[in-house]
Design a protein around this ligand. Sequence first.
Ligand SMILES: *Cc1c(COP(=O)(O)O)cnc(C)c1O
Length: 376
Amino acid sequence: MWQAEVRVDLDAIRDNVAILRAGTTAEVMAVVKGDGYGHGMLPSARAALAGGATWLGVATLDEGLALRRGGLSDVPVLAWLHSPGMPLHDGVAAGIDLSAGSPHLVGELVAAARRAERTARVHLKIDTGLARGGATPAEWPVMLEDAAKAQADGDLEVVGVWSHFVAADSPGHETIDRQLAAFADALATAERFGIIPRYRHIANSAATLTRPDAHYDLVRPGIAVYGLSPVEGETFGLRPAMTARARVAQTKRVPAGQGVSYGHTYVTERETTLALVPLGYADGVPRAGSNAGPVQLGGKRRTVAGRVCMDQIVLDVGDDPVVAGDVATLFGPGDDGGPTADDWAAVVGTINYEIVTRFGSSRVPRVYDGTAGEPA
Ligand SMILES: *Cc1c(COP(=O)(O)O)cnc(C)c1O
């Protein structure tokens, strides 16, 4: 018997990746950082591979090493976020592709390659406008020169050149074309240094779904893998993989005028039934969902009554025959008119990415549905 759980539909992940694959001639790198956006990194990775992904993308070296330890020993993996002094040689030894977004990092990768006694597989990152990771236009030729020399010395192999979008989730945003032009320039400059990478990549989910001209050789969808749309108002046929739900722990009749939960920010209008749902902000429910978050219970959509607590929320179910043990769904695929991660994101002022990633917490057991990618 379970009290609260996060269900993850592996077949949905597989099918979402298959949709992405069908829409491109590029290879698909499924991004599984952030513990697979809260869905569990390894099962999500395996399901994505079953759907046709041929690469996996993570932010940190540790995430990449965890994929290797988890038995994904041959799949190309790219890890892109490194602070100075990280044991990059472990990544090189594990055959993990590493990003370099500054000349300094090229130097570190050369040292890592020598220490690992193995050629480092490197993706050079150009900042085309996001002003996050990546070389500035001024650093780019310096980095290319260093990388070309290291490649000639056998320390590095430049496998990729890449960048990341500012606002591909707003189709038509003026930055998109500007970044694509800057990326094309950066590739032309690389060629002048003799660097012609096998993989050129810039597309996240939004660009994968809306800008085929940005696909190049490899696309890097994350959120779409999990069935959530990066573009407001469009689903692209994707199916949300995560459902967060809990069994009502207790119900009680209370009179009109009863204040509910901390601070009594909700007060009952009439005699009513309150239902206590055992999920709170320690589990991922945003506290900003106080008096706002939608929950499906007893076949109807309710709104959290009063404050979200660390471990629980309260729903006012009126005179409906809700009893302890009934299942309350915070979000899921929305099949039965129930709320989705998008609905939660809208009411708390965030993005669907943050809603599902928050539910990756360890207290709530994660249960997998479907068999995609799992050993037979
Ligand atoms: C997270 C991330 C992605 C995936 O982005 P989505 O919007 O989830 O598709 C791709 N590339 C990089 C560099 C990222 O950090």
